[in-house]
Write a protein that binds this ligand. Structure first.
Ligand code: AMP
Ligand code: MG
Length: 344
């Protein structure tokens, strides 16, 4: 037993429990060193756990794509510690300026033109002339970006196309040995990825609903956000917007107003669908119907129901307003037919 245990430990990433660098300076320094050496570090953000690497290092970026099994056509978000750092990497026009100042640090990603001094390796942008930038609020990610003094690429720390990671255990389960260091700050408070707004052209477009509600962005911008081009949600040529995404092993049935025998139920709010008593397992995203609570619980709930081994998860209707837009987006993609090539 003891021999097996020590053998298992050798194959594990170094996992440290901390919320801020000062909670465990040695573990934090180990994470910074790993990034400097082109290795991968799992780090919590306010949205989901990120699989971080030095975005200026082509070898590190290649290692990150390989670890996730992420298609090379799907570009990465570069994380920087503050607005000024963002302005050094990307061309921030008046719209980016306004949104960045209003919402950074926070769960907003802006797609802008690459700046002339941009250090992000072209492969991280999938060869595009644009760059996705975010200033995260979570203290560990902030501090890592500041300590490295280079942009950090950090897609969600899970296998490409599968349910996103919102705890350190999810990361270890999905990516295990590919990661040098896992920084564990407990579950992510927002629980869904950042909202992505493309301001590299006209009009400003909502590329992905996320942890910052559309209405707040439109109010700050003083304009309505356009939707992504219809083709973008269907074609593999449109990275990150591929339809199947966030997929558990079980099939997902949306807007269920009843539960069939043998199904698991992902519930929302105080009223359960007809036949809920037949459900093999039930997780309620928010018994009181709170969309922020539901977003925070979404990916854990999908993982938990998936672990029961059911073949179908029935999902109760979720209202589309506020964070409901992001929750519904994730569930629609989780329910989509699964091609052999996934998005992120
Ligand atoms: P994530 O999968 O959470 O890492 O988010 C990355 C997503 O941001 C990609 O799948 C794209 O949809 C979007 N994105 C990243 N970089 C760019 C870029 N340079 N141009 C357009 N969209 C981008
Ligand atoms: Mg992801």
């Amino acid at each position: 037993m003891a021999a097996d245990q020590s053998k298992a430990d050798v194959t594990r990433p170094f996992v440290a429990r901390l919320t801020r660098p000062e909670d465990d300076p040695d573990a934090f320094a180990r994470a910074v060193e790993a990034l400097k050496h082109g290795e991968l570090v799992a780090v919590p953000t306010e949205t989901v756990y990120g699989l971080a690497c030095d975005a200026t290092n082509p070898d590190a970026v290649a290692r990150l794509y390989a670890a996730k099994g992420r298609p090379a056509i799907n570009p990465l978000i570069a994380h920087v510690p503050d607005f000024e750092a963002a302005a050094r990497e990307g061309d921030l026009d008046a719209r980016a300026d306004r949104l960045g100042r209003a919402f950074w640090p926070g769960p907003l990603t802006l797609v802008v033109s690459r700046g002339t001094m941009c250090r992000v390796t072209p492969a991280a942008c999938a060869g595009r002339p644009t760059l996705a930038l975010r200033v995260p609020a979570a203290p560990l990610m902030q501090a890592l970006a500041r300590a490295l003094d280079r942009p950090i690429a950090a897609p969600s720390a899970n296998i490409s196309g599968r349910v996103s990671a919102t705890t350190a255990d999810d990361v270890v389960e999905d990516l295990g040995r590919a990661v040098a260091v896992v920084l564990d700050a407990g579950p992510c408070p927002i629980g869904v990825e950042s909202t992505i707004v493309d301001v590299s052209g006209e009009p400003a477009r909502l590329l992905r609903p996320g942890g910052l509600a559309r209405a707040a962005i439109e109010e700050a911008l003083g304009a309505t956000l356009a939707d992504p081009p219809a083709s973008a949600t269907q074609s593999p040529a449109a990275p990150g917007l591929l339809t199947s995404h966030y997929a558990p092993s079980a099939a997902v049935r949306l807007d269920a107003d009843d539960v069939a025998a043998g199904e698991a139920l992902l519930a929302f709010g105080p009223d359960l669908p007809d036949g809920a008593e037949r459900a093999v397992a039930i997780v309620n995203l928010s018994p009181t119907g709170d969309l922020a609570e539901a977003a925070a619980n979404l990916f854990q709930a999908l993982r938990r129901l998936d672990r029961t081994g059911v073949s179908t998860i029935a999902v109760a209707p979720i209202p589309p307003e506020g964070l409901g837009e992001a929750i519904r987006d994730r569930l629609v993609r989780a329910a989509a037919p699964r091609p052999s090539i996934h998005g992120d």
